[in-house]
Write a protein that binds this ligand. Structure first.
Ligand SMILES: *[C@@H]1O[C@H](CO)[C@@H](O)[C@H](O)[C@H]1NC(C)=O
Ligand SMILES: *[C@@H]1O[C@H](CO)[C@@H](O)[C@H](O)[C@H]1NC(C)=O
Length: 297
């Protein structure tokens, strides 16, 4: 268990030190389209100087280097730097760069043979007592489809979520593909599901544009609110602050968790294609403090 002091130390490392080093944000014509207006709790807009190896150790990674990934594969083998020329909405092309999370046949975590998974956790986002799980927080992320490593939408994917501290449920899921047991939902969409795994909003997957999302979790009022835009357009609120059980603390996770087909025991069994080579590109990844209604659009 991390002590509060350690949490703060890790936090300041993650937010202030920019472990990758390199050029800082410059306020000129290449500044990002979207301005971050609120205090940052976790900032994983990667510095342009970040290397793949930086993902493998605590001193240099923005994330937890040990979780949640295949037992015999390192983050430096999982992450790729995509050839994307347009920056995501809150990224400065001179200061930040996007990254791609991939899964392969080696993406088996512990004994979970049903899943293929590679999920990043922000460094400092402890399972208990994290600043990401109190007050009002907004997680921002932009995603971009990679046709070379397309997801197979006949399967169910979790891409961004907040898992409760006892690992028994997720406060919300940002997902794609065919949701097991919910045949009424379209496969070819990004969707946000609430704590009870009910879809509260969805939008078609675009193949050539960034898609930008923000999800505000109010841990005091137990609500969830979704914001969305495409390309470099400003985010717009696409739901009300809907009632949601945000209790139970826990951690954010960002990446890919692919469920198998043809089983009732998705963790341990079921079908997964061989020679898997799938990925999803992420940019503009950060968590901001939305106390007093602050939100970057
Ligand atoms: C980017 O392009 C280079 C050169 O074509 C290629 O080797 C590399 O694999 C590409 N990166 C990704 C993540 O696709
Ligand atoms: C997609 O998944 C389905 C179900 O597992 C499988 O039958 C199919 O072969 C997969 N398609 C590709 C292109 O891997």
């Amino acid at each position: 268990m991390h002590s509060p002091t350690l949490v703060l130390t890790l936090l300041s490392t993650a937010v202030l030190a920019h472990p990758g080093g390199g050029p800082r944000h410059k306020n000129h014509f290449l500044a990002p389209k979207g301005e971050v207006k609120c205090d940052l709790v976790f900032d994983a807009r990667l510095d342009v100087a970040t290397t793949l190896q930086d993902f493998d150790s605590y001193g240099t990674s923005y994330f937890n280097p040990d979780y949640v990934k295949g037992n015999n594969i390192k983050w430096s083998e999982i992450i790729k730097f995509p050839n994307v020329t347009t920056p995501a909405r809150f990224d400065d092309v001179e200061a930040h760069k996007p990254f791609e999370v991939t899964i392969s046949d080696a993406s088996i975590f512990q004994q979970q043979r049903g899943f293929r998974r590679a999920g990043l956790q922000f460094q400092g986002d402890t399972n208990s007592g994290s600043p990401g799980s109190t007050g009002v927080k907004t997680i921002h992320f932009s995603v971009k489809w990679d046709a070379q490593r397309a997801l197979n939408l006949s399967h169910e994917y979790l891409n961004v979520w907040h898992e409760a501290g006892d690992y028994s449920s997720n406060q919300f899921n940002f997902q794609t593909g065919k949701i097991i047991g919910q045949n009424g939902l379209a496969s070819d969409t990004w969707k946000v599901l609430n704590r009870r795994n009910q879809q509260i909003w969805s939008t078609p997957i675009l193949r050539n544009d960034w898609q930008n999302f923000a999800i505000t979790l109010d841990f005091n009022k137990n609500t969830l609110r979704v914001y969305y835009s495409k390309g470099d357009e400003p985010l717009k609120s696409v739901t009300n602050a809907v009632s949601n059980d945000n209790s139970g603390q826990g951690q954010y996770q960002i990446g890919i968790l692919k469920k198998p087909t043809g089983t009732n025991d998705v963790v341990n069994s079921g079908y997964q294609s061989r020679n898997l080579n799938e990925g999803l590109i992420y940019g503009s990844l950060f968590v901001e403090d939305s106390a007093n209604g602050c939100i970057s659009l």
